[in-house]
Design a protein around this ligand. Structure first.
Ligand code: ADP
Ligand code: MG
Length: 260
């Protein structure tokens, strides 16, 4: 018999040897409980999910069902109690910066200008500053914030700040984008503009997207695959078959090209 316990071997197999044929992103048996004792709240119990390379996945569900908690774990800002988050076959539990992550609250740095906030993910990744600032300029123009490059976050409305946080995630180098209700503070017109930019970026760069929304129509419009997270009666994540072709997705993508 082997001198090494099989549990250790299983652990090594999961974490240290990336498998080229592994799914792009895999959540394996994730559990999460907040608090202790009587105030304990189990938000997730044995949730699993697979996202393929280039797949656009939406997660919908009522408020309080744990959508943000799930995305925080993929974004590496929160640790699961149990289970593994695997990106391209590597365990990334608690590792920030693996995904382009946009939290539900824009969380801009108040001491940085808008353009400095937009380039943050690229800066952290060590990408050349000049190029990043140029991208920020082009993109801030596209989303209608060209006049606010040198402004500070507190001078912007909630919807404007949301677009800044959106660009910060979008312009980062990561091939996985995790967006937590990115368009919730936008009017219908601006929202549909942002949806088309997102689809364009997704199509042209073949990124994988995990998109959280509580708008079923938005999920139907944008995604390949929809999961519903529910907390009543049990904590379950269920895959839903998208029932029909969505012609409007192609219409949405039909915006002027931006990539030089
Ligand atoms: P959703 O994004 O679907 O609205 P959340 O993931 O924000 O749901 O929250 C799920 C549940 O976990 C809620 O009941 C919320 O109050 C609770 N929760 C979230 N974060 C924390 C935390 N840091 N500490 C304690 N409870 C939390
Ligand atoms: Mg949330």
């Amino acid at each position: 018999t082997s001198p090494v316990p099989s549990s250790t071997l299983a652990h090594l197999a999961q974490s240290d040897f990336p498998k080229p044929d592994a799914p792009f992103l895999e959540l394996r048996h994730i559990s999460k409980t907040f608090g202790r004792g009587k105030k304990q709240l189990q938000v997730m119990d044995d949730i699993s999910l697979t996202v393929q390379e280039g797949e656009f996945v939406s997660i919908i569900g009522p408020s309080g069902s744990g959508k943000s908690t799930l995305l925080q774990m993929i974004g590496g800002v929160l640790l699961p109690d149990d289970g593994a988050i695997m990106l391209q076959g590597k365990r990334i539990n608690g590792q920030r910066g693996r995904a382009g992550y946009m939290p539900q609250q824009p969380a801009l740095f108040p001491w940085r200008t808008i353009e400095q906030n937009v380039v943050l993910a690229r800066e952290t990744a060590g990408l050349p500053q000049r190029e990043s600032l140029e991208m920020a300029r082009v993109w801030l123009d596209k989303v209608g914030l060209g006049d606010f490059r040198q402004a500070y976050p507190h001078t912007l409305s909630g919807g404007m700040q949301q677009r800044v946080a959106f660009l910060r995630a979008l312009l980062g180098p990561q091939s996985l984008l995790c967006l937590d209700e990115p368009f919730s503070a936008l009017d219908a017109f601006t929202r549909s503009e942002m949806q088309s930019w997102l689809l364009r970026i997704w199509e042209e760069n073949r990124r994988s997207v995990v998109f959280i929304t509580h708008h079923i129509e938005e999920a139907l419009l944008l995604s390949d695959t929809i999961y519903v997270l529910s907390n009543r009666p049990a904590h379950v994540l269920e895959r839903v078959e998208v029932p029909f072709e969505r012609p409007r997705r192609e219409e949405l993508v039909d915006t002027p090209s931006f990539i030089a």
